[in-house]
Design a protein around this ligand. Structure first.
Ligand code: NAD
Length: 289
């Protein structure tokens, strides 16, 4: 397939490379010359404007920093420039309202469009093992699925336009809550004199079982291998968790949803980021206990 790819950063670079590996022709664009050079090395064709990159494309994939940029790129340079039969796939993490508005604008011009944010970080993007949560009509999902399958291990239809973003922010709000809960319990157990590895062994097989404890243990040398064992480098950076929590709080307000724990988690992560921890994985919040 001929696929245009816009936004070849930490995530998009590896995703575009995996589309090339799967045999697709990838027409790449990014504002950064370095990112474009890396994409070229990975086998993409590179272009100096979005309208050129989307010419003749059967699908357009974007992986961009935020909703304002996604809206601008689609409104100014994708809608009306890509062939009308192209499937538009935005994989960026953005606010639900913008995702819906961009999909509406695309539908008005006869395009199929999905929001398809991802779970999994840079390693999963490079390794082609992302999970995609997809919002859009079923015929748009069916058209996007083979493209997404070349970049991930799971592609799940969440519902109509915006449902992918809803799934993503609700999931990450839950992740923030379980990480903070895990950190609190582990440090309290330690203060009470319990060996950390013993606590891990017991709680990971008891009702305290959760992903943050079992699959991402936030203390070095305890439980599974995780960013904690690497000085909290790599993994899911704190600024990205804060970004997702801000989107979650915004969405909660719009939907009038009660999120007492989510808002507390968001405040704790804002404080943690404000204290200069932007280079650390989100599990490093355990250091504040
Ligand atoms: P990044 O900053 O590394 O990459 C973004 C790229 O977009 C950059 O190369 C930038 O030059 C380019 N860009 C910005 N404006 C542009 C424009 N107008 N036209 C073309 N290119 C433009 O960010 P990232 O880590 O790759 O994240 C991308 C998206 O993926 C974000 O929405 C992020 O929230 C989401 N995400 C990231 C991770 C992660 O672990 N990094 C995990 C899940 C989701």
């Amino acid at each position: 397939m001929k696929i245009a790819f816009i936004g070849l950063g930490n995530m998009g670079g590896g995703m575009a490379a995996n589309l090339v590996k799967a045999g697709h022709t990838v027409r790449a664009f990014d504002l950064s010359q370095d990112a474009l050079a890396r994409a070229k090395e990975a086998g993409c064709e590179t272009f100096s404007t979005v309208p050129e990159a989307v010419q003749g494309a059967e699908a357009v994939v974007s992986m961009l920093p935020n909703g304002a940029i996604v809206k601008d790129v689609y409104a100014s340079n994708v809608i009306g420039h890509a062939p009308h039969a192209a499937t538009l796939i935005d994989c960026s993490t953005i606010d639900v309202a913008t995702a819906k508005a961009v999909a509406d604008a695309a539908h008005a011009e006869g395009y199929k469009m999905v929001d398809a944010p991802v779970s999994g970080g840079i390693a999963a993007a490079n390794g082609g093992t992302l999970t995609f949560m997809v919002g859009g009509e079923i015929h748009a999902f069916d058209a996007a699925k083979p493209v997404l399958e070349a970049m991930g291990k799971a592609v799940i239809h969440a519902g109509d336009a915006g449902a992918g973003q809803t799934a993503k922010i609700c999931n990450n709000m839950l992740l923030a809550i379980t990480m903070i809960g895990t950190a609190e319990a582990m440090k309290m157990a330690e203060k009470l004199g319990l060996d950390q590895q013993k606590f891990y062994e017991i709680s990971s097989q008891s009702s305290g079982y959760n992903w943050s404890l079992n699959a991402y243990t936030p203390l070095p040398g305890v439980g599974v291998d995780s960013p904690a064992d690497n000085g909290y480098a790599g993994g899911f950076a704190t600024p990205l968790m804060v970004k997702d929590l801000r989107l979650a709080m915004e969405a909660a307000e719009t939907a009038d949803a009660a999120v007492p724990l989510g808002s507390r988690a968001a405040a704790l992560y804002e404080d943690f980021l404000g204290a200069g921890n932007d280079a650390l994985d989100f599990s490093a919040i355990i250091k504040t206990y």
